[in-house]
Design a protein around this ligand. Sequence first.
Ligand SMILES: Cc1ncc(CO)c(N)n1
Length: 220
Amino acid sequence: MTTRTRDVLWSDVEGIYDEILHHPFVTGLRDGSLPHPVFRHYIVQDALYLRGYARSLAACAARAPEVDATVMFAEHAAGAVAAERELHAELLGDLGVDPDDLGAPAPATQAYVSYLAATVHAGSYAEAVAAVLPCYWIYAKVGEALLEAGSPDPLYQRWIDLYAGEEFQAVVDAVLDETDRVGATVSDTELARMREHFTTTSRYEWMFWDGAYRQETWPV
Ligand SMILES: Cc1ncc(CO)c(N)n1
């Protein structure tokens, strides 16, 4: 039996995923103990993140060798902007933030978005896919894990429903299929690069939650 690329990639980040599930930001979403100002910081940063993420997905679309993958990533790029506009505008309103005045990206946001942009433009298409995959896959997994228990806070439950929803899970499945397809064509060297990018952006997923939890701003 041939090993799927998704399984190779995931085996590298099981420890990181475990740290994410046990991070106080994520456990706080689940038990409702997460303070609203912390969630507000996160949603503002995520709105800023989604703009950069959309640009990286559009680059994946442009670089895909098969037109089906171009369509898929282009739709996801548009979807990321739509998510930012609709859901975030809604949640931001409830949290008392003006969506037209989000301020500047915090360190983790800037670092994550910059790494994605650098990789999708300077790496191969396979590397680009591996770099963007944790954004999809980790959110789908976290959404699923949180859905089991649910949150007592309706605001957090809305967030959980978005990422645990069937629509988002179907999007993630399509990207996992593309990952396996492209992963089956790469050399050992390129697979090693895919694994590095996948691990790095999985770390950025942890750092994004951690930065939000600490409401991190630029030290100088
Ligand atoms: C930081 C981050 N990663 C992934 C997603 C899911 O698209 C998101 N909204 N934010």
